[in-house]
Design a protein around this ligand. Structure first.
Ligand SMILES: [Ca+2]
Length: 162
């Protein structure tokens, strides 16, 4: 193999981006590419994501390792973004979107990009809501009345329209 590929300096690369340049959309896209079936990442995947984002630093990895230890060695997009945000700062508006996105994905158990009544029912069971409350939520969120809630409708429900 070519040794050029291995000539990357360790730890303290001068090319490491200064944090605030990072767009959350980029982070999300990168995370999704690396996430496992559990929609989570382990230590190795986190290292790969950070490398890809040009944000790999030993001190960042230490923070992630500590969080991994507290979360049975897996972090989801929400947790990952929160930590990255704390370490290097990501735009707050975008962070809100990613938080909602993580919540949406968690509820969308059918994983088809829509929250159906069945998805909501499963989520409601976990959250201990009753069927009436679900119907009410569904009715108010589903503004185009197609029987399912897409991400736009979900965001609107939280007053976060883009
Ligand atoms: Ca709808």
């Amino acid at each position: 193999m070519s040794s050029a590929a291995e000539s990357e300096p360790e730890g303290n690369q001068g090319t490491t981006k200064n944090a605030r340049d990072i767009e959350l959309g980029t982070v999300q896209k990168c995370f999704r590419k690396h996430q496992s079936d559990e929609r989570a990442v382990d230590r190795e995947r986190i290292a790969n994501i950070l490398r890809e984002l040009n944000l790999f630093r030993d001190d960042y990895m230490k923070k992630f390792e500590r969080a991994l230890k507290d979360n049975s060695n897996q972090l989801d997009l929400y947790q990952f973004t929160q930590i990255l945000d704390r370490l290097c700062g990501v735009s707050r508006v975008e962070a809100t979107t990613s938080t909602l996105r993580a919540a949406f994905d968690a509820i969308d158990t059918g994983r088809d990009g829509f929250i159906s009544r069945r998805d909501l029912k499963a989520a409601a069971e976990l959250l201990d809501l009753n069927e009436g409350e679900i119907k009410k939520m569904m009715r108010s969120a589903d503004t185009d009345k197609d029987g399912k809630v897409d991400f736009g409708e979900f965001q609107a429900m939280f007053g976060h329209n883009r």
